[in-house]
Design a protein around this ligand. Structure first.
Ligand code: URA
Length: 350
């Protein structure tokens, strides 16, 4: 274990025992609190879900997805995603069954402009694509995985399948070890990530680095990604404003989920830590609150690809939520220790 990792691990230990409030601005605090309550960070079973019930997850023949209105240009008013899906959009953007189901409830959608997507073979398209490229008999080498991830990252950078693609500064595909045994998955990029095109590099990311180090790992040993690949903003007209972050809504998650699923299929990790309620609900496909989902492993099932080997997923608090709610740190550490026990990792000595 090198010095840097030991220092990060020691800082996380210090963080665990500290109780002081973070120094987020009031606006950021309000926003974070809004996100947290919207995503069920609090251990409550009554939090409304972003995902549909089992009965709603049946494939559908017709789908309407609504996206938050995009108001990028102050002078001309709003334009909702010039390249967003339309009724006559090509089949490439057809949603999966999960997308259709998620979009059919859309509690997170606040807006205004409806985008219609016709689908006849919704579920099969992505699955077939992914099967051809990913479901080979022989496992990919790390080099092959890196090449596949790079290719996918290019696709993500060119993606305009939802309005977030119009307002982002940079897409944030994710980064790390292409053959990682462990992946960390958050909800979506924030201000810093949008500016640099890299995941978890702001304050929450610095805490995540410490959490990873506390597990005895380095950031480069794991893969870090997000459900949404572009920055969801409260005011999409102002990507230069800090504290302008929000959680991705159900429509955005539905459209973007094929990317994280393909990344998981390529990397083929043994374990995933879902950071926060949005990532946990989307990946575990369960409507329960984060409080109800965390504390145990779930077996991962994906919608758009079939996994060749089982992946265990554990949900815990988002680092941004831990910065806001120091009282949850002990539980988060207990969650990480469950992963460490499964992976046979020993806690580093500070
Ligand atoms: N929060 C997330 O969920 N993801 C990031 O990349 C940064 C902050």
């Amino acid at each position: 274990m090198n010095k840097e990792v030991r220092a990060l691990a020691a800082e996380f230990k210090a963080f665990l025992s500290s109780r002081e409030e973070d120094d987020l601005t009031p606006a950021a605090c309000n926003q974070a609190a809004a996100c947290i309550s919207a995503t069920g960070e609090a251990a409550s079973d009554t939090t409304p879900s972003l995902l549909p019930s089992a009965a709603e997850t049946q494939p559908q023949d017709h789908l309407t997805i609504e996206f938050a209105h995009v108001a990028r240009s102050a002078s001309t008013g709003s334009h909702c995603a010039g390249n967003a899906p339309t009724a006559s959009a090509p089949s490439k953007i057809l949603p999966t069954a999960h997308e259709a189901a998620a979009a059919s409830s859309l509690p997170g959608v606040r807006c205004a402009e409806a985008v219609s997507m016709q689908t006849a073979q919704a579920d099969t398209q992505d699955k077939t694509e992914a099967s051809h490229s990913l479901m080979q008999e022989t496992p990919m080498t790390p080099q092959e995985k890196q090449a596949a991830l790079d290719q996918l990252a290019e696709e993500i950078k060119n993606c305009r399948r939802c309005p977030l693609g119009q307002t982002r500064l940079n897409a944030v595909p994710g980064e790390g070890n292409p053959a990682a045994e462990l992946m960390f998955i958050g909800e979506g990029p924030g201000f810093d990530e949008d500016h640099q095109g890299r995941p978890f590099i702001g304050r929450a990311g610095q805490l995540l680095d410490k959490m990873i180090a506390a597990m005895g790992l380095k950031r480069e040993q794991v893969f870090i990604g997000n459900i949404a690949k572009c920055h969801p903003m409260v005011n999409p007209a102002d990507p230069q404003a800090r504290g302008n972050d929000r959680a991705p809504n159900a429509g955005e998650i539905a459209v973007c989920r094929k990317y994280i699923e393909r990344q998981i299929a390529i990397i083929s990790p043994k374990y995933i830590v879902a950071l926060g309620g949005v990532a946990a609900k989307a990946l575990i496909s369960d409507t329960k609150s984060l409080g109800a989902l965390r504390g145990k492993f779930h077996l991962l099932h994906l919608d758009t690809v079939e996994l060749k080997t089982p992946v265990k997923i554990l949900a815990t608090y988002h680092p941004a939520a831990l910065l806001r709610n120091p009282g949850w740190k002990k539980d988060a550490w207990a969650d990480l220790q469950m992963v460490m026990a499964e992976m046979g990792l020993k806690r580093p000595q500070a």
